[in-house]
Design a protein around this ligand. Structure first.
Ligand SMILES: *Cc1c(COP(=O)(O)O)cnc(C)c1O
Length: 385
C-alpha cells in the first residue's frame, strides 16, 4: 500500500461514517455571538464560560504586556523565556489554589502529555476514568506504564483496579468536570480509594477552574479535595490559553528536569502571562462572582426549559449541557437545523464520545442574555425524539 492509498482509505472511512471533520474560519468565535462575515449566530459552542475573552481589562493587560515585553518570549523557560511576568503569575496561581508551586505550560494538552510522560515508568499503572480527555488517555497510551480504565465516575471499580498487584507506582487520573458530558467526578471518594492504594491522584480541572468553588478555585475546592497533581487550563473560563500544573516543590523541580514539553519548547509570550494575571484578578473579584452567578442562572434556565421539552440531558450542573441524540447523521442534521434557527452549536460524534451517543454539545456563557437561552429552547422544540 502506498502513502496515498493509506491516507485516501482513512479519509474514505471517515466520510462513510459521517465522521469527517472540517474547520471553517470565523470572524469572531468566542462570546455571545459567533460571526462569519456578515452572518451572526448565538454562540452555544465556545468554552469561554465567563465571557472573559472579550473583557476590556484583560485585553488591555495583554496590550500593555506586549508593549513592555514585546511579542514572543524568545525561547524555552530553561534558557531566556522565563520572565518576571511568568514567575509572578505562577506565584499568584500557587497561592490562590493552595499549592507550593505552579508551572506554566503552553496548553492543557502539552501539560497532560508532559506530566504523564515524565512521571510514569514501565512497571507503573495508570488508572483513568474511561471518559478522560484525549490528551490524558493518549499520554497514558503512549507512556510505557500499564493503562487501565474505570467506568465513568465508578470509584468502586477504580478501587478494584488499584487493588490488583503492581510492581511499580500507581496514578489515578480523572477530571473535575467532564468535557463531553459536563458532569463532575466524585473526587472525595476517588481521592480516598487512591490514597488507600498508596497512589497519587491527578485531576484535570480544565472546565471547573474559574467557574466553581470559592473565588472560582474549581471543582477540587468545591469538593474539598487536594489532588497530588492539579492541572488547570486557561483556554476556557480564563478566556485565554495555556495551562498550569499545581504540585509540591519537589514535583515542580522534577518536572523542570524531566518534562520535555517544558524544556524543548518556547514558553508562552510574557504578555500572555500578564493577561492571565489580570484574568485571575477578575475571576477572584466581585465581577467574577457576579459572572459565575449569572452563568448559574443561565444553566438552571436551560435545564428547566429542556426538561419541560422532554430532551435527554446528562446530570450536568456545569456550563456544558449535552443533549444526547444517538446516531451521527441525526446529530449533524439537528446541528444544521439549529444553525438555520440562528443558534450555533456543535454535533459531537464518536470517537470523541462512545458510539451511539452522538450529541449536541451546548455550552452556556455569562456573555449570553436570558432571552438567548429562551431562543435556544424555542429552536430545540423539534429535537425531541
Ligand atoms: C480543553 C481540555 C484540555 C486541553 O487544554 P488546551 O489548553 O485546550 O490544550 C485538557 N483537558 C481537558 C479536560 C480539556 O477539556
Amino acid at each position: 500500500m502506498s502513502w496515498q492509498q493509506r491516507i485516501g482509505q482513512a479519509l474514505d472511512e471517515r466520510r462513510a461514517a459521517d465522521a469527517f471533520r472540517t474547520r471553517s474560519p470565523v470572524t469572531q468565535g468566542a462570546g455571545r455571538y459567533l460571526t462569519r462575515g456578515e452572518q451572526r449566530w448565538l454562540n452555544f459552542s465556545a468554552n469561554d464560560y465567563l465571557g472573559l475573552s472579550q473583557h476590556p481589562a484583560i485585553v488591555g493587560a495583554w496590550q500593555q504586556g506586549a508593549a513592555r515585553y514585546g511579542t514572543g518570549s524568545g525561547g524555552s523557560g530553561h534558557v531566556t523565556g522565563y520572565s518576571e511576568a511568568h514567575q509572578h503569575f505562577e506565584q499568584q496561581l500557587a497561592e490562590w489554589l493552595g499549592y507550593p508551586r505552579a508551572l506554566l505550560f503552553i496548553s492543557g494538552f502539552a501539560a497532560n502529555q508532559a506530566v504523564i510522560a515524565a512521571l510514569l515508568h514501565k512497571e507503573d499503572r495508570i488508572v483513568a476514568d474511561r471518559l478522560s480527555h484525549a490528551s490524558l488517555l493518549e499520554a497514558a497510551n503512549l507512556s510505557p506504564a500499564q493503562l487501565r480504565r474505570f467506568a465513568h465516575n465508578d470509584s468502586a471499580q477504580l478501587a478494584q483496579l488499584l487493588a490488583k498487584p503492581v510492581e511499580g507506582l500507581q496514578l489515578t487520573v480523572t477530571e473535575g468536570v467532564f468535557s463531553m458530558d459536563g458532569d463532575s467526578a466524585p473526587l472525595a471518594e476517588i481521592a480516598s480509594v487512591t490514597e488507600a492504594a498508596n497512589g497519587w491522584l491527578l485531576v484535570d480541572d480544565a472546565h471547573g477552574i474559574g467557574v466553581s468553588g470559592r473565588e472560582g478555585r474549581g471543582t477540587c475546592d468545591e469538593q474539598n479535595v487536594k489532588p497530588d497533581l492539579l492541572v488547570v487550563t486557561f483556554g476556557k473560563a480564563f478566556g485565554l490559553s495555556g495551562a498550569a500544573v499545581l504540585c509540591s516543590e519537589e514535583v515542580a523541580d522534577y518536572l523542570l528536569q524531566f518534562a520535555r514539553h517544558l524544556i524543548y519548547s518556547t514558553s508562552m509570550p510574557p504578555a500572555q502571562a500578564v493577561a492571565l494575571s489580570e484574568a485571575l484578578a477578575v475571576i477572584r473579584s466581585d465581577d467574577g462572582e457576579a459572572r459565575r452567578q449569572k452563568l448559574r442562572e443561565h444553566i438552571s434556565r436551560f435545564r428547566r426549559g429542556a426538561e419541560s421539552l422532554g430532551l435527554q440531558l446528562t446530570n450536568s450542573t456545569s456550563a456544558i449541557q449535552p443533549v444526547i441524540v444517538g446516531e451521527n447523521h441525526r446529530a449533524l442534521a439537528l446541528a444544521e437545523t439549529m444553525r438555520e434557527a440562528g443558534c450555533w452549536l456543535t454535533a459531537i460524534r464518536p470517537p470523541t464520545v462512545p458510539a451511539g451517543t452522538a450529541r449536541l454539545r451546548i455550552t452556556l456563557t455569562t456573555a449570553h442574555h436570558a432571552e438567548d437561552i429562551d431562543r435556544l429552547l424555542e429552536a430545540m422544540h423539534g429535537v425531541r425524539q
